[in-house]
Write a protein that binds this ligand. Structure first.
Ligand code: FEO
Length: 168
């Protein structure tokens, strides 16, 4: 196979699609943020607002990379997202399921990069592979805490306060 230094068209499309999926993730978490605040969970809402910002950064990482490899950035419309969750537990269940889908998508991108022997793309995607470990671990950890909290309002209040202290 001939080695190319510019980005293969199929990877360009796949990376632009992934950037769109990351923007959709930002939209999803922004929706959760306002819904949680609406329901009186200001700290959890703040946590999701930070998560939305992080997803926006993931999207721009993909766009910046496409451009750096002499590809063409394409901004596509963002699909609508769900607006309501019954409880913080519901929101974190959605988060975990969504991040598991994202992980699969990143693995598929890595397989494509490997097929094409695109070494810079493999290196670039390694960052996302590591990131997805944390992206799945955090909601899993919070779900386990919420399981212990159960119907205890004082414990849920403390959990909400703790999440509101997220710095990054
Ligand atoms: Fe961009 Fe939450 O993965």
């Amino acid at each position: 196979m001939e080695l190319k230094t510019t980005l293969d068209k199929s990877l360009e499309t796949a990376f632009n699609d992934q950037a769109n999926a990351e923007l959709w993730s930002a939209y999803l978490y922004l929706s959760m943020s306002y819904d949680m605040k609406d329901k009186g969970y200001d700290g959890i809402g703040e946590w999701f607002a930070k998560q939305a910002q992080e997803e926006f950064e993931h999207a721009t990482k993909f766009f910046d990379y496409v451009q750096a490899r002499d590809g063409k950035v394409k901004l596509s419309p963002i699909q609508e997202v769900r607006q309501e969750w019954a409880s913080p537990k519901e929101a974190f269940l959605t988060t975990l399921a969504h991040e598991q889908v994202v992980t699969k998508r990143i693995y598929e991108l890595m397989e494509k990069a490997e097929e094409l022997k695109d070494y810079p793309s493999r290196n670039f995607l390694n960052w996302f592979i590591d990131e997805q470990v944390e992206e799945e671990d955090t909601p899993r950890k919070y779900l386990s805490e919420l399981e212990k909290i159960g119907e205890n309002p004082a414990a849920l209040y403390l959990f909400d306060q703790k999440l509101g202290q997220r710095q990054d």
